[in-house]
Design a binder for this molecule. Structure first.
Ligand code: ZN
Length: 113
């Protein structure tokens, strides 16, 4: 177990609180975000998504919207469309949550430099 942890690629970030260099091999959470806590000032920080994750989320969201538009155009019964939305609702809400969280982190980063 410890070996597997050590094999993870470390990231190096500069702490916004105290300027210390932090090396972290923190794992990704369920949405692909990496959380880092500075050992010096204990400031907690979440890194934005990696591009791979971000692109994947947007592609999925795009496919979903595309499928939705196709379903409407094909004249499916409204109830079928609604049940389709219900079926992937959890997935979509996860996608939106990840995308919004990513935006928030990027925005905060931009604001604080
Ligand atoms: Zn710090």
């Amino acid at each position: 177990m410890a070996e597997r942890k050590a094999a993870r690629r470390e990231v190096e970030v500069i702490c916004k609180g105290c300027g210390a260099r932090i090396r972290s091999s923190a794992g990704l959470d369920s949405l692909g975000f990496r959380e880092i806590t500075c050992p010096d000032c204990l400031q907690h920080r979440i890194l934005p998504l990696k591009w791979g994750y971000r692109i994947t989320y947007w592609v999925f969201l795009g496919l979903y919207v595309y499928g939705f538009v196709l379903a409407i155009q094909s004249g499916n019964h409204q109830r079928d469309i609604l049940s389709g939305i219900g079926g992937v609702f959890i997935l979509i809400s996860l996608l939106l949550r990840a995308i919004l969280k990513d935006f928030k982190i990027l925005y905060q980063q931009r604001k604080t430099g």
